[in-house]
Ligand binder design. Structure first.
Ligand SMILES: CC(C)(COP(=O)(O)OP(=O)(O)OC[C@H]1O[C@@H](n2cnc3c(N)ncnc32)[C@H](O)[C@@H]1OP(=O)(O)O)[C@@H](O)C(=O)NCCC(=O)NCCSC(=O)C[C@@H](O)CCCCCCCCCCCCC(=O)O
Length: 719
């Protein structure tokens, strides 16, 4: 809805009312159309102000409407009517003016913004383009290079930057509506011809072709197969080279292609999934709206290796007071220097003062006695973590939450080392912890809902997207990664190369393939885990066939590389070779290829040609299959949790929506059929055996991903 009122005698005030972000739903559009008509026909009204209720101008088109039949007045003629009005219209921008919200403001003759407002055209992140004239008006207003930047990245800008670019006419720290009303009173009789952006010529730079060529190359490189950024460049090109009306036609045509694309559906699914994971629920029914977090003022980080340092930086940046504990003096000094550098560089980038004074460094674990929450980030070794948890339980004040940063270890076992297991949860950060957005908050059977709520709340404060998941080996992300990596190893045995397998995955949209990722994170990590599980035994010591463990197919390839000291980037050799230890540029390694040939010959394996489709089907469907098992086991409460974990923690291309959404796009019946096919060909690989939840979903007609939770509930109630 939109409310019309007359203020200060002659100003018509139109207030958008659609909480929480005043999205332009059909009712809001109808309200604006009616209010504008009323304002223009009322002789007492000399000028108009458009604002939003509750301190938010407008979050853009109502994304929820995109999934159904769109009704109500369309946006474009509505904005044209505002621009064509013969009375000045002023946008009063508070909170956000995003997407269609900014396009509405660009149709107004003047824009006044509050200093804390954020503006932007983020449609590209929803797989769309600004299709209510944004691609045609913005370049006319601020020039092609700046418009290309905003439209292809979708970034939100501050009011100060908007003023500098010329998007807004004035920034105020006072009441924006009052400022806009005063402004409207002053401009009431002024001519409007020079204020209609659609009539502006597009400012021309010297070499347009080179400019667009460069922009296209840039988006194609960073988009990794996403089509919206490319369409954004094409639409802005139309603004720069064609009259406004023809540009609008081009904008419409490009939007029509994007609007119905699978990528737009995937990206919009991600938008809502990202918000859905904040509404967590535990199997016992405890959930986000009934479990309140406890206030946390002081936090401790134990262990200042790579992960501990990243966590410490992320915590210090929230402004919280942090105690950092490292028992080794040398390591403590090094960490202190590294963390200060990270904080100083981060502050410089963000134009703020570094928060160094928030941190107290100590070698003594007793210095955490008064903190509200501890994040333990020592080396990934159960015996060591057990000891630390016993100490923490003894020294911390009653009620302190004890969190462990582990990527796979048993949370419940660690909880059992303490006097209050209900206060223990996992906080699984991803490296580098001050950069990566994902946080798995892992609850054990004894974790209290308040502990989960507090960890989720702290994660949010640290700028993380927290996903609450149950306790199992590898939690969600790493549990699904295991069969994915296993398939990649098997494909190498059967004739694949790291280059070809990585290429298939990178063309799918991952920033790096499985072998480059393994080189980056270090082959020794998996080796240590496999040794701990009794899988990676040296062939001489082993009683069993090197390619079978417990009757299942096993590939010792990773172990054999580690035995040669090839741990990846850090040693200069892994699945690829690097110029020197620590270098990042992966080069094909002839040694590895002849090693693979020798390995196949030794085990009587005949190399065959493996195509891209097989790589994708085997690596991705087996990962998806494990995702279904995780849902069946109740470790994740819905497919959105898994998808957000993969998009934000594992580089799954966002425009493919996450593994579970992707399975729905491919077709669950097809995923099932291909898994059955591969399981028949490899009966000794249990991960390829289709999960019963997948079978049930297919049997119940492959319902859409947003209804799976219901099916899962039914399956559970039948058990
Ligand atoms: C605004 C925010 C920055 C606020 O952040 P904050 O953290 O405060 O809050 P939340 O993010 O948690 O959000 C709270 C709540 O609100 C919901 N929500 C937010 N924004 C929207 C929205 N735009 N629509 C609907 N719902 C929204 C959110 O889901 C939360 O709900 P919950 O239930 O969880 O509480 C932040 O929210 C934000 O960034 N929002 C998104 C901003 C954005 O991306 N805007 C752009 C939207 S797209 C757009 O505007 C398109 C326009 O350019 C033009 C459209 C023209 C349409 C024409 C269609 C033509 C189709 C032609 C095709 C023809 C094909 C054929 O031939 O058939």
């Amino acid at each position: 809805m939109a409310l019309f009122s007359r203020v200060s005698g002659s100003v018509g005030l139109i207030t958008l009312q659609n909480p929480p972000v005043n999205a332009l739903s059909a009712a809001v559009r109808q309200g604006i159309v009616d209010s504008v008509k009323r304002a223009l026909s009322d002789p007492e009204v000399k000028s108009v102000v458009i604002c939003g209720e509750n301190g938010v101008f407008c979050g853009g088109a109502d994304i929820k409407e995109f999934g159904g039949n769109m009704s109500g007045p369309p946006l474009i003629p509505m904005i044209h009517a505002i621009e064509a009005a013969n009375k000045p219209v002023v946008a009063a921008i508070e909170g956000s003016a995003l997407g269609g919200g900014l396009e509405l403001a660009l149709g107004c003759h003047y824009r006044i913004a509050h200093s804390k407002a954020r503006l932007g055209l983020p449609e590209v992140s929803l797989g769309l383009l600004p299709a209510a004239g944004g691609t045609q008006r913005l370049p006319r207003l601020i020039g092609v290079p700046a418009a290309l930047d905003l439209i292809t990245t979708g970034r939100h800008i501050t009011a100060a930057e908007a003023l500098q670019l010329g998007i807004v006419d004035q920034v105020t720290k006072q009441s924006t509506v009052n400022a806009a009303v005063n402004f409207a009173l002053n401009v009431a009789e002024k001519p409007l011809d020079a204020r209609r952006i659609s009539t502006f010529p597009c400012p021309h730079s010297s070499d347009l072709d080179a400019l667009f060529e460069e922009a296209m190359q840039k988006v194609q490189k960073s988009a990794r197969g996403a089509i919206a950024p490319v369409a954004c460049v094409q639409a802005v090109r139309a603004a720069a080279t064609q009259p406004y009306n023809q540009g609008m036609e081009r904008e419409k045509e490009l939007m029509a292609t994007l609007f119905t694309s699978g990528q737009a559906r995937a990206l919009q699914y991600c938008f809502f999934a990202q918000r859905a994971v904040g509404k967590w629920r535990m199997p016992n029914g405890a959930c986000w709206d009934t479990s309140k977090p406890r206030p946390v003022h002081k936090v401790a980080v134990i262990g200042l290796g790579t992960m501990g340092r990243g966590i410490l930086v992320a915590l210090a940046q929230t402004g919280l007071s942090v105690v950092a504990v490292e028992t080794q003096e040398m390591q403590l000094m090094e960490a202190k220097q590294a963390v200060s550098g990270m904080l100083e560089r981060g502050a410089k980038r963000r134009g703020v003062v570094p928060t160094l004074h928030n941190i107290t460094y100590s070698q003594n674990i007793k210095s955490v006695a008064e903190v509200d929450l501890v994040i333990e980030a020592v080396f990934e070794d159960m015996a060591l973590k057990e000891k630390v948890f016993q100490q923490l339980s003894a020294v911390c004040k009653p009620g302190t939450f004890l969190c462990t940063n582990t990527s796979a270890l048993d949370i419940d076992h660690l909880a059992s080392q303490t006097g209050n297991p209900e206060l223990v949860v996992g906080m699984h950060f991803f490296a580098p912890a001050h950069v990566m957005k994902l946080l798995e908050v892992v609850y054990g059977p004894r974790s209290s809902p308040q502990a989960v709520a507090t960890a989720m709340h702290l994660g949010k404060k640290m700028g993380k997207i927290g996903v609450a998941v149950g306790n199992c080996r590898g939690f969600v992300g790493n549990r699904m990664l295991k069969p994915y990596i296993e398939q990649a190893f098997f494909l190498l045995e059967e004739g694949g190369t790291p280059e070809k397998i990585d290429q298939a995955l990178e063309e799918f949209g991952f920033p790096m393939g499985v072998f480059k990722m393994s080189d980056l994170s270090g082959l020794d990590i998996g080796w240590r885990v496999r040794k701990g599980d009794g899988l990676a035994e040296s062939s001489a010591a082993s009683q069993q066939s090197p390619r079978i463990r417990d009757g299942r197919r096993y590939s010792p390839l990773g172990d054999l590389l580690c035995e040669q000291g090839r741990f990846g980037q850090k040693t200069g050799h892994g699945w690829y070779q690097y110029d020197k230890p620590g270098s990042q540029l992966a080069r094909s390694d002839p040694w590895l290829h002849s090693f693979l040939e020798g390995y196949r010959a030794q085990h009587g394996l005949v190399a065959r040609r493996i195509d891209q489709q097989e790589v994708l089907e085997r690596c991705l469907y087996v990962l998806i299959n494990e995702g279904f098992r995780i849902l069946e086991d109740g470790i994740a409460s819905g497919p959105e949790d898994i998808d957000i974990i993969y998009v934000f923690g594992y580089g799954w291309p966002r425009h493919r929506g996450g593994p579970m959404f992707y399975a729905g796009m491919v077709g669950l019946a097809k995923v099932l059929e291909r898994l059955e096919h591969y399981h028949q060909a490899h009966p000794d690989v249990p991960y390829l055996q289709p999960c019963s939840l997948l079978r049930r979903l297919v049997a119940s007609g492959s319902p859409p991903v947003n209804t799976w939770k219901e099916v899962i509930k039914k399956v559970r109630s039948q058990l």
